[in-house]
Design a protein around this ligand. Structure first.
Ligand code: SAM
Length: 287
């Protein structure tokens, strides 16, 4: 929420980060959420929805590369990719870097976030909205997936947090995870952001346990994102092998073979991210 020249990032239920805004470019309510775009000193331009930083110009690649490339490299030949949410277009940009991709469908509920991103967040989408392989659908991701009659190789959930605005909550529930498993191809892979497990352990645990119920391999990891003020959780769930079964060389080899240039993820970094603390192996419970 913009407060004069400051904007507040809601990190936990009672923990906040104050960011000085040089300039407020957008501050309006859409049908679904409060949308803000502000310019800041350290993070550059920032998109905020309902008081939660979605991504910043300075570090959006930490988040978007971590969300997209682990899942994409895990799949041996990802041709059809579905993105749920992803308003800024940066997830789409990273997906389209893989030369194997023939079709990328992005389903976001909020036309205004997509329109504002198109206008104000050019370095995020970098033309991805206009790529011939792209199809943009403005609809609730849950409704879209429920009536889907085709399968996808990779699904990326780039939604607002499980504890964020009401609109995304149903997409993190067990029934929907079951449906996502159904619409993935045989060696299908799902990737989701999972918010701040330190501050919202029960929401994180519920999602991780649902994924573990349906998928053969589940790989959790987290990445410190400076503009979030916390280490952001990600989970990659696969019907086939997990990330632990891919070598550093195979990860780099697949990125290179598909012409993917990255600023954050490579084989060594991804393998290091998979080295998680003891308590975390048990999904924050049962320890
Ligand atoms: N990095 C992010 C974060 O920290 O939460 C997510 C970024 S992205 C902007 C989130 C997008 O999810 C928004 O554009 C929002 O409109 C979309 N969204 C939320 N609920 C949705 C739903 N039920 N179906 C489709 N899109 C949804």
């Amino acid at each position: 929420m913009a407060l004069g020249t400051y904007t507040i990032q809601n990190i936990g239920r009672s923990t906040y980060m104050l960011i000085k805004a040089k300039n407020i470019l957008v501050s309006k309510r859409s049908r679904y959420q409060w949308i803000e775009v502000v310019d800041t000193e350290e993070f550059g331009r920032v998109l905020i929805l309902d008081g939660l930083v979605q991504s910043s110009e300075a570090d959006e690649f930490y988040y978007h590369e971590s969300l997209v490339h682990p899942a994409m490299v895990l799949h041996p030949d990802p041709r059809k990719v579905l993105i749920l949410g992803g308003g800024e277009g940066a997830t789409l940009r990273e997906v389209l870097k893989h030369s194997t991709v023939e079709k990328a469908v992005m389903v976001d509920i909020d036309e205004e976030v997509v329109g504002i991103s198109r206008e104000y967040l050019g370095s995020w989408h970098s033309g991805a909205f206009d790529d011939p392989r792209t199809r943009i659908v403005i609809e609730d991701g849950k409704t879209f997936v429920e009536r889907l009659d085709e399968e996808f190789d990779v699904i990326v959930m780039d939604l607002t947090d499980p504890y964020g605005p009401e609109i995304a909550r149903a997409l993190y529930k067990e029934d929907f995870v079951r449906r996502l498993h159904e619409v993935l191809t045989e060696s299908g892979v799902l990737s989701t952001q999972a918010g701040a497990s330190f501050f919202y352990p029960s929401e994180y645990r519920e999602l991780r346990e649902s994924l573990e119920r349906f998928f053969r391999s589940v790989d959790p990891f987290s990445v410190w994102v400076p503009s979030f003020g916390y280490s952001c959780n990600f989970i990659v769930a696969s019907k086939g092998p997990g990330l632990g079964e891919l070598s550093e060389g195979e990860i780099d080899g697949r990125l290179k073979a598909r012409g993917v240039r990255t600023k954050f993820i490579n084989g060594k970094v991804l393998k290091a991210l998979l080295a998680i603390p003891e308590f975390y192996k048990y999904g924050l419970s049962g320890y």
